[in-house]
Design a protein around this ligand. Structure first.
Ligand code: MN
Length: 129
């Protein structure tokens, strides 16, 4: 069965990197380039994990996480793993991400091995099954 990862990220280079890394491991990637689009995709498609950029052009990632956690009509989004990706390595940002409902956070620039490890920790790779 396909494992769908929703990546909410406005930077095309980061999106492409994530897509290459994760599709090579057998995951399906759903792409959203801002918070509103991410919420729409989350509400309309099956999502097994969310990669969430904190710095987005419309809603910030904290707000997106809060809305995912209390999504009307889709209670399973309260439990979907959310990995926050923050450009700011400031300690307060990580704490804010966790308070907003994210499970873990990673800092940019995205490290490919860390991304694999984080994703696999929640969602075993289809390529290994
Ligand atoms: Mn961004």
């Amino acid at each position: 069965m396909a494992k769908n990862i929703l990546c909410i990220e406005d930077n095309p280079d980061n999106m492409l990197l994530v897509k290459r890394v994760l599709t090579a491991r057998g995951y399906c990637l759903l792409e959203a380039k801002n918070g509103a689009e991410g919420l729409t995709v989350a509400g309309s498609q099956s999502v097994d994990l969310v990669l969430l950029d904190i710095n987005l052009p419309d809603l910030d990632g904290y707000e997106v996480a809060r809305r995912l956690r209390s999504y009307a009509g889709k209670p399973e989004l309260a439990y979907v793993p959310i990995i926050a990706i923050t450009a700011n390595a400031l300690k307060g940002d990580a704490e804010k991400a966790l308070e907003a409902g994210c499970d873990v956070y990673m800092s940019k620039p995205i490290n490919i091995r860390e991304l694999w490890a984080r994703v696999e920790g929640f969602l075993p790779s289809p390529a290994n099954q």
